[in-house]
Write a protein that binds this ligand. Structure first.
Ligand SMILES: C[S@@+](CC[C@H](N)C(=O)[O-])C[C@H]1O[C@@H](n2cnc3c(N)ncnc32)[C@H](O)[C@@H]1O
Length: 233
């Protein structure tokens, strides 16, 4: 398998994550809504610091199983869950190796985290593991940005101070963006097209239940800049 030599998530980013994600709040009611409809175990892939898992656990009164490959992010999730008085079952694990004791009613992956996987084959592994981990009728939900050449032109190489001082660099030939904080910490994302997502759903034997263009469940259209997918086993 061909892996990109870039590391997708630098541990050094974890200490700025709260600030980085401070304005990303619109997704929380969306994922909470799906969790409230799910009758069975809830799983977040790439749970990070529990930004979404904690409100999900609070709203449902149920634990959320969260896995992440970053020890530093999991440590934050542990502390935040304890402070919030909710139960998260946290695992240091790569989402490509998802294994559950009991099939899930909902697996979800917010904030574009599937884009940290460099190759289509990596995502295929995740989709296959998710399909094998869901109950019949169980749902898999995720969101990812839709690549926009106009946004790329505006942002490429430009230094931004908000929300944390950083520069975004596009490696178009590798469909990758590198978000480089001023202190050097880097997060890389490999963007995917609508057909790639549909192909992943297909090879995993899942069905698309909905493709929204945003978290208010607006229809996905040519001007949409976010894929918000709900698939079903
Ligand atoms: C943008 S954060 C999202 C965190 C959280 N889901 C949220 O919505 O705030 C991306 C997370 O993906 C995790 N991650 C990256 N690659 C991963 C992998 N292969 N398996 C599991 N977690 C991964 C990183 O450690 C980081 O915590």
């Amino acid at each position: 398998m061909l892996y990109d030599r870039h590391v997708s998530w630098d541990e050094a980013l974890s200490h700025r994550y709260d600030e980085w994600a401070a304005e990303m709040t619109a997704d929380i009611p969306f994922y909470v809504g799906l969790a409230l409809e799910a009758d069975g175990p809830l799983v977040e892939l790439a749970v990070g610091n529990g930004r979404v898992a904690i409100p999900v656990a609070r709203a449902t009164g149920r634990p959320v199983i969260g896995l992440d490959s970053s020890p530093a992010m999991l440590e934050q999730a542990r502390e935040r869950a304890a402070a919030a008085g909710v139960e998260l079952e946290l695992h240091l694990a790569d989402m490509r190796e998802l294994r559950l004791d009991e099939p899930a009613a909902l697996v979800y992956c917010p904030f574009r985290a599937l884009l940290h996987l460099p190759a289509w084959a990596d995502r295929r592994l995740v989709f296959e593991r998710v399909a094998a981990s869901l109950r019949p009728g169980g749902r898999f939900a995720w969101n990812a940005f839709a690549f926009d050449h106009r946004t790329a032109t505006r942002l490429d190489g430009a230094h931004e101070v908000h929300p944390v001082p950083h520069t975004v660099r596009h490696a178009v030939g590798s469909n990758r963006i590198d978000i480089v904080l001023d202190d050097g910490a880097t997060s890389s994302l490999w963007w995917a097209t609508r057909n790639e997502w549909l192909g992943l759903v297909d090879v995993a034997g899942l069905e698309v239940e909905a493709l929204y263009g945003g978290f208010a469940r607006e229809p996905f259209g040519d001007e949409s800049r976010e894929y918000v997918f709900v698939a079903r086993r």
